[in-house]
Design a protein around this ligand. Structure first.
Ligand code: GLA
Length: 385
């Protein structure tokens, strides 16, 4: 986003801009709404929200990716389901701030991002976090970072209708370059874990399978309900209350499907802790590879959120020399993350494309990601135009 582009679409100069990144998750999937552990990192792709206050009660949202007239709503009570596309996340943030009694007024918002869409890299959380940070700065709200995380998440939950946990917003707002974010979603405490795979000649390869990825489809919400059902049956507040040693007794009384969901969540938490232990003792990250493979099997077989495209890409990457590979994000499409030797990246990417073609699947797109900095203001001199 440039000031000139803002002015062209919205007819006036902008006041300030904030940028928030997408995320990749090394390990810890479908744990964040179960009070569990996650280990994501921000990626070097993000969304910039450029804003200017208005004197009336209109919220106008324009986007460089969806050119055309801005979406326009009145501040008073926009109804969920009435704002289409990415603008819904921005309007959801304004509405959530207003619901909290914050001094919110009319505003013009312009969005510009480069997070691959539908790839499971949290372009939507990046958008919501960029808008949250921009409006916090514009209106001088001074919200602490945990409140920014919560506003962005509630906007998604309550206005857009995606019942997501807090991983993606936390990764966008709390990440540090060269580090993973080790977050305990039970109490939202976190630690930054140094992560520099390049020192070991390694890379994180993201394989976007280009299979459609839709959290709103209902399967994600169904998994959440199944976890809640398991907690009720077990008489616990959250699946976080179970350790791997408790599993045999806990699973015995549950039906097979619910038992499998519980097994995934509990073993996934253990895999996050094992990964953190390896990385904090300075181990070669290659040793994390088998944990990634185990996470993929668990997501595929116990949690049942994988799919042909994801399974094909993960298997092809490992067969071609990746140290481990797994689907990331909500699942049912999106991307696979593979830990690879930087020198072997071209061969592995080629093997993944060949496997997809052989199976009649869309051609995957491969990109390398590094652990990037979290969200923040875009300095005026950094804005071109
Ligand atoms: C999506 C959600 C996250 C998290 C992951 C699965 O990305 O937005 O909150 O639940 O799925 O780990």
């Amino acid at each position: 986003m440039t000031p000139r582009a803002f002015a062209e679409v919205l007819g006036r100069p902008p006041t300030l801009a904030w940028r928030a990144p997408g995320r990749v998750n090394l390990i810890g999937e479908h744990t964040d709404y179960n009070g569990g552990f996650v280990l994501p990192a921000a990626i070097p792709y993000g969304v910039t929200a450029t804003v200017a206050a208005r004197a009336d009660d209109l919220v106008r949202v324009a986007s460089a990716q969806f050119p055309g007239p801005p979406a326009v709503v009145r501040l008073a009570d926009p109804e969920p389901g009435t704002v289409p596309g990415g603008a819904a996340y921005a309007v959801g943030v304004v509405r959530e701030m207003r619901r909290r009694g914050l001094p919110v007024a009319g505003v013009d918002i312009h969005l510009d991002g480069d997070v691959p869409q539908g790839a499971g890299l949290s372009s939507s959380a990046a958008l919501a976090c960029a808008v949250t940070g921009a409006l916090d700065a514009l209106w001088g709200l001074g919200l602490p970072v945990p409140a920014l995380v919560d506003v962005a998440r509630r906007a998604e939950n309550d206005f857009v209708g995606v019942p997501c946990g807090a991983m993606d917003q936390s990764a966008a707002l709390l990440s540090r370059a060269g580090h993973l974010l080790f977050l305990d979603t039970r109490d939202m405490t976190f630690r930054h874990i140094p992560f520099a795979p390049e020192r070991f000649g390694l890379e994180l390869l993201v394989i976007d399978t280009r299979a459609p990825h839709r959290l709103v489809d209902g399967a994600y919400a169904r998994r959440r309900r199944e976890c809640a059902e398991a907690c009720r049956a077990l008489g616990i507040a959250s699946l976080r209350d179970l350790a791997t040693d408790d599993l045999p007794a806990a699973l015995a009384g549950l039906d097979d499907r619910i038992a499998a969901r519980v097994r995934h969540v509990v073993t996934e938490n253990a895999r996050v802790l094992a990964t953190v232990a390896l990385l904090t003792e300075g181990a070669d990250p290659r040793r994390v590879g088998p944990l990634l493979d185990a996470a993929h099997r668990s997501l595929r077989d116990d949690y049942e959120v994988s799919g042909t495209e994801l399974d094909t890409a993960a298997a092809a990457a490992v067969a071609a020399g990746a140290y481990g590979a797994r689907m990331i994000g909500g699942g049912f499409g999106g991307s696979v993350l593979a830990l690879v030797d930087a020198a072997r990246r071209p061969q592995i990417a080629e093997a993944v494309r060949t496997a997809a073609a052989r199976t009649g699947l869309p051609e995957p797109r491969c990109l390398t990601v590094t652990a990037a900095p979290g969200a923040g203001p875009v300095p005026p001199e950094g804005r071109r135009g």
